[in-house]
Structure formats: C-alpha cells, structure tokens
Design a protein around this ligand. Sequence first.
Ligand code: GAR
Length: 215
Amino acid sequence: MKKRVGILISGRGSNMMALVEAAQAPDYPAEIAVVISSNPTAPGLAWAQQRGLPTVALHHKAYPSREAFDDAVHAELVKARVDLVALAGFMRIQSGAFVRRWAGRQLNIHPSLLPLFKGLHPHQQALDARVKLSGCTVHFVTEEMDSGPIVAQAAVPVLEGDTADTLSKRILVAEHKLYPHALALVARGQATAEGGGVTLGATEDPAAQLFSPQL
Ligand code: GAR
C-alpha cells in the first residue's frame, strides 16, 4: 500500500514538484494525497492545481492564532487520509501540538548540512562561515526548529565567487534529488525516528542516507 503524503508549501514549490514527479513512478512507495498552501497566491499552488492534484489554500492571516491555523491544516490532512507530511518551503512555524500530532510522520528539507546554519538565510550563513561544503538535509520535524532526527543529507560544494543566489541554485538541484529519495526511505519504513536519531532498516545500505558532492 502506498503511503499517502500531504505536502505543505508557501511559495515556489519546486521541492513539491520534485516529490510529485517522483511519485508518478509506479514503484514509488508514496502518493501525493493533497498539497496545502499557507499562501493562496503561491506559484506552487497554481502548478499543483494545473496538474489536477487535490489542493487546499489556507491563508494563515485568516486565522486568529497559530493554533487555529494549525488545526485547520490538521483537519485537511486528516480529511485527505494522510499518513506522512512533507514540508516543502513551508514558511510557517508550527505549534507544539501540531508537531506532536505528526511526530515521526513529518519531514522537512532545509538547505544546509544541519545542525549548521539553522533558520533564515542558510546560504548566506554558509558563505559567511567560509565553509567549502554545504548542502541540504531532510529531517523529521520536532518542536525545536531545524533540529529533528536526520534522514538523509546531500553535500554540495561552495565555490569561489559564490553568492547566496548561486549557492542556493546549486543546492536546490541536490534538494530535488534528496527529498524524493528520503521520503521513499520513510514511506517504505526503512528510515524511522527513534531515540532522537534515525534508524535505518537492516537491509538498507548506509549509503542510502548520503549523497556525495558533485562539481
Ligand atoms: C528550499 O530551498 C527549502 O530547502 C527551503 O526553502 C526553499 C523552498 O523552495 N526551506 C527552508 O529554508 C526551511 N527552513 P521551494 O518552494 O522551491 O521548494
């Protein structure tokens, strides 16, 4: 049985598109049950609508509190019979209650090698730190932002002359490969959140969690 995935977006939605494309493969272990946007004018929402995917626009500004907005998102996920949630450029901080409801069943992608460069402007943070490698991380969502158990990471070189823009474009290419791969690991039950870390299934090659740098 394929796992039913709800994708939460706020903007461009390129990671959502990568997940939607991956889920077209007959042997992919997950299907996209709903795309929910916190922003009714998000380009990603229009794309998903054009593709005929089930979509919901919930404008966070229309709700009196974070909890009320999160309750509405939760209700839509339940209505779509979602098993797993994938945050894809979802720019809302979630309430503790929402995070706990989806504990071990919610993933996020962040464009750095966590735990480095959490929060805003991770590409500029990487440039400021003069690191030679950055990348992206798919992790389970916990109450502390960008801190949950790591499912998989891709390393991406930082090149001479990079700006936040050129680095983010290079990392985004890796994100689009890493996220479908990490979601598949979780959907197959091969990567599970346990004891603050991620346990990989006995038959799974540890290399499944690593994407090497490519120039
Ligand atoms: C992606 O680079 C994603 O990693 C980042 O936002 C971008 C969304 O792009 N997420 C975060 O920074 C979360 N802290 P997309 O809408 O095209 O997928």
